[in-house]
Design a protein around this ligand. Structure first.
Ligand SMILES: C[S@@+](CC[C@H](N)C(=O)[O-])C[C@H]1O[C@@H](n2cnc3c(N)ncnc32)[C@H](O)[C@@H]1O
Length: 387
């Protein structure tokens, strides 16, 4: 057994400082919380801004990501603070080697995963929005000339990919020729995708009634102000909680993108109950099943590793959601909607109402078998929809 090494954290920080000084730094990840707290992970990567190089930190909380840019000379100090109070693991990638620190063990060095410094946003060609949509500028995604603002390239790609997918999904759904659409976006956040979906339908001369439902009053006020300023008819944001919010009696489209954990199940269930012809969700974290599933004996060796158990919980949750949607008369698909290079939350689950539903009894039997195999007594969506 390895002896705990009290200096390993100091040595990790030395490696980090050296990589920032000699420009070999690529990125780092901080993980495994020490205690309860809202911060789940911190990711840092080098970015070149007009004022010089910074480490762009993404602070991942349960329901949002916050970006903080830190000059090179104070970045290691920030990391030291997080390692003292928040995290027990850190992984540093540099062009000369990778370093992994774990509380209570020695510092591990491995061959570099990246041998060339990754292009910073300065080196990358500027990404330009394909449409001159004003909402992108108002939401801070693009500058007035239509190019992505610093740090917003991935968001712009995500929005554009979402709109592209929405086009395919609507075209293959019962909504294809519909002149009016009633839609809800559950957990709308800053409204990037709510505005994008609204804009998508308006450009096609579809009369759209889109409601963004969001827990945070400040975001609701902000997005409503922008919608009013831009004259977005048929778009409104309301303060409400997924699961408690009363959807319109007749709903065509339900969106829930990156709603946390079982909020995705609540949104799907509400969409099914409101008869939505198209449901599009991008699940976020999968805590419920991670806590409650029991690895089947045949997988025990594989799933004793925490990260693999976490991924198994994700796969299982989204697989069950797809199956439950099929039981309710939908055709479900699960796929990556954007490269994991741009966001870790890149899985999309879509469900389109079928003209002829599949054999629900056979699917229910498969659901019961799968849940029994993984020792799952219940799952939120199954419970909400009574299967
Ligand atoms: C990660 S953000 C995603 C925002 C947006 N859908 C997107 O993909 O850009 C999740 C948002 O859902 C909101 N949220 C989380 N749980 C919620 C709930 N139960 N009801 C309503 N909103 C919720 C959070 O406040 C946050 O703004």
């Amino acid at each position: 057994m390895q002896k705990p090494n009290p200096d390993s954290r100091a040595r990790f920080l030395e490696k980090l400082r050296a990589s920032l000084t000699d420009n070999t730094f690529i990125k780092l990840t901080l993980s495994r919380r020490r205690n309860e707290g809202i911060l789940r992970n911190v990711y840092g990567r080098m970015v070149e801004l007009k004022g010089g190089r910074v480490v762009s930190f993404t602070l991942r909380e349960a329901t949002r990501d916050i970006t903080r840019n830190e000059p090179f000379d104070s970045a290691a100090y920030k990391v030291e603070g997080w390692l003292t109070t928040d995290f027990q693991e850190a992984h540093l990638f540099t062009t000369s080697g990778d370093w992994r620190w774990k509380q209570g063990s020695t510092l591990k060095a491995t061959q570099p995963t990246f041998i060339d410094a990754q292009p910073t946003s300065h080196d990358r060609p500027k990404v330009r929005a394909t449409t001159g949509a004003q909402f992108l500028t108002k939401l801070g995604v693009t500058a007035a000339d239509g190019t992505a603002r610093a740090g917003m390239t991935d968001k712009l790609r995500q929005v554009e990919r979402f709109v592209e997918l929405l086009g395919h999904l609507v075209a293959d759904s019962p909504l294809a020729a519909s002149p009016t659409i009633t839609a809800c976006d559950m957990g709308a956040g800053k409204g990037y995708l709510t505005f994008a979906a609204h804009d998508f339908f308006r450009r096609r001369d579809v009369k759209i009634a889109m409601t963004g439902v969001e827990l945070r009053a400040d975001l609701v006020a902000q997005t409503n102000a922008i919608a009013t300023e831009l004259g977005c008819d048929g778009l409104r944001f309301v303060e409400g909680e997924i699961g408690a919010f009363a959807l319109p009696a007749k709903l065509d489209l339900l969106l829930a993108l990156h709603a946390c954990d079982t909020a995705t199940d609540d949104a799907i269930a509400a969409g099914v109950q409101a008869g939505a012809a198209l449901i599009v969700v991008a699940p976020c974290c999968h805590k419920e099943v991670r806590r409650t599933f029991t690895p089947p004996p045949v997988l025990a060796e594989v799933l004793r590793h925490g990260i693999l158990a976490e991924r198994q919980a994700e796969i299982l949750t989204d697989g069950l959601r797809a199956l439950i949607l099929e039981i309710h008369g939908y055709e479900a698909k699960v796929f990556e909607f954007i490269s994991s290079e741009h966001t870790a939350k890149n899985l999309m689950l879509t469900a389109t109402k079928r003209a002829i539903p599949a054999n629900a009894d056979a699917l229910k039997a498969r659901l019961a078998e799968t849940m029994a195999f993984f020792g799952l007594a219940e799952q939120r969506l199954a419970k909400l929809l009574g299967v």
